[in-house]
Design a binder for this molecule. Structure first.
Ligand code: CP
Ligand code: NVA
Length: 307
């Protein structure tokens, strides 16, 4: 594993390896206090963030390293200088790079030209760190991954949905995406997930019926209807399209009795889920957010050859 750009090339053994390391990091943080002494992570952000920025920066501090936050307002990617030059210069100062960019192709170009490992901190297309962390959270809560059913409701053509399709297929979790016809996941991602599912035995389905998708799920997952890259003037039209896919108590009642509710956050109460769901007993969203820290420490350790 040289970079982490998506879950397209991730197999079950490496996902399990990362989860095991993340769990060790979580249980025994003292073991890793000096693991990255003198090492620097560069964090490039083209979009806003709370969790990704804080968890990567705190993770580096906790392992004896340091993180630099670069806002592209100060160094516009591909404008003042090419992305190739940015990658080559950054690699002379920093030991690893995490980037949150709009376009997946730009991230891939950054990685191709980088002498040091590159981590995807979210693009319009994928959010691999989120979903690897989520798999760890599900494993902790349910004691297993294989054989579970996850239902995602909302925007199908979405970074979190795409990475969930791949992550579930890798882990042997069956996934039902419930989304409007105009917001289906990208075909090439569904195809790649189906390919992975052949090995793991999980079932992949994309439905336009939210209730069918939610039926007997072990996990119900929601994400923002207004992702960072979506223009603000699309809000009204999107709220109308996604409303039938809102996770409310009636929707949760279709899932299993002991189902958990997940949202990668940021969340809007009254939109992708109601307050009673996200603030209710089945919600595990803050445990989910915490695991970003432990999983990303594991990812950095792995990419830097420390585990
Ligand atoms: N879930 C997540 O990536 O959150 P941020 O956008 O706050 O980083
Ligand atoms: N789909 C969301 C995820 C946020 C972590 C977005 O892209 O804004």
């Amino acid at each position: 594993m040289k970079h982490l750009l998506s879950l397209l090339d991730t197999d079950s053994a490496s996902a399990v390896g990362l989860m095991d390391t993340a769990l060790d990091v979580k249980k025994n943080p003292g073991k890793y206090l000096e693991a990255l002494k003198g090492k620097t992570l560069l964090m490039i952000f083209e979009k806003p963030s709370l969790r990704t920025r804080l968890s990567f920066e705190a993770g580096m501090t906790q392992m004896g390293g340091h993180a630099i936050f670069l806002d592209v307002k100060d160094a516009p990617i591909g404008e003042k200088e090419s992305i190739e030059d940015t990658a080559k210069a950054a690699g002379r100062y920093c030991d690893i790079v995490m980037a949150r960019l709009f376009k997946q192709e730009q991230l891939e170009k950054l990685a191709e030209n980088s002498p040091v490992p590159v981590i995807n901190g979210l693009t319009d297309m994928f959010h691999p760190c989120q979903i690897l962390s989520d798999l760890l959270t599900i494993r902790e809560k349910k004691g297993k991954l294989k054989g579970l059913k996850l239902c995602f409701l909302g925007d199908g053509n979405n970074n979190v949905t795409h990475s969930l399709l791949l992550g579930c297929a890798i882990a042997g979790i069956s996934i039902s995406v419930g989304c409007p016809k105009e917001h289906m996941p990208q075909q090439q991602v569904v195809k790649a997930a189906l390919e992975k599912a052949k090995k793991s035995g999980s079932k992949i389905e994309v439905l336009n019926d939210a209730r069918k998708a939610a039926k007997d799920a072990d996990i119900v997952y929601a994400d923002s209807w207004m992702s960072y890259h979506v223009p603000k003037d699309k809000k009204e039209e999107r709220v109308r399209a996604f409303k039938p896919f809102q996770v409310n108590s009636a929707m949760m009642a279709l899932a299993k009795k002991d189902a958990i509710f997940m949202n990668c956050l940021p969340a809007m109460r009254g939109y992708e889920q109601t307050a009673e769901v996200i603030d209710g007993k089945q919600s595990i969203v803050f445990d989910q957010a915490e695991n970003r820290l432990h999983m990303q420490k594991a990812i950095i350790l792995k990419l830097m050859g420390k585990v």
